[in-house]
Design a protein around this ligand. Sequence first.
Ligand code: DGY
Length: 323
Amino acid sequence: MKKPIIYITRKIPDEILAPYQDSLDFRMWEEEDIPVPRNVLLQEVKEADGVLCLLTENMDRELFENAPQLKVVANMAVGYDNIDLEAARERNVIVTNTPDVLTETTADLAFSLLTATSRRVVEANDYIRAGKWNHWSPYLMAGSDIHGKKVGIVGMGRIGESIARRANGFGMPIMYHNRSRKPSAENDLGATYMDFDELLREADFVVSVIPLTTETRKLFNEDAFEKMKTSAIFINVSRGGVVDEKALYHALNENTIHAAGLDVFEEEPIDADHPLVKLDNVVCLPHIGSASVETRTKMLHLCMDNLLAVFSGEGPITPVNNP
Ligand code: DGY
């Protein structure tokens, strides 16, 4: 029987493909660091039964209209704002994502940003590299404490809860805002629910783990930054689109808030000339929230398992839609 054709939008290791090769016929963009050009993708999806894509691919209506055979899109990310779910549903295309496997790793990175910004880790490292460390002195690179400070988590999903568990270890009071109350976070982690504005006013660290949707686009705007404490540190490990970056730059530059740790940006990638990169009170990372070798490998396997499960008739393991 003819094997389903799967188009993979980035070069991934042969060891990942090997266990699935008897059942699936792979075609792949052969570059590891360069996204597949749009025209190539539009051409390749014409014959594809399944696609394994990254968050760099805009899986929009035009793409679905070009893919008459397509049954499933396996997105190698937990967020799926790069996919037009409505267009997928209209064409009965199943969309899957990679929840759970990346939860702890992403929470680790959120905490890395929290410690890096409050204790000025990157700035201090740059200070030595620039040959500026001549003496020890009482307030040399003095930052702010983490223990005992209030963390406000915006978006109490799996990653939010995982960040809260780490915050418990640091002795931080936990506040959260979410579309719905989370009894598990309140009972098991001692998290206090607050409305958004109250959280902004109270938190020492405001951590964004909220997905990008029409409702959350530019949620962190001028108004939001003005409500935060002047000592507040803003951390974003969700999507750049939830932030108004001009407003954030202004807030950081004018000391409306104290610092920011950012793993994600409105338009990615950013370059060294990006205004936020120029600020000493900002730590910028190239969207590496889930980037441990172990977790990225699990994410790829979960994509493959989803594709296989769809074509074997078992149904997707981690669907985000139900066409
Ligand atoms: C996700 O999974 O949505 C991350 O942003 C990529 O690791």
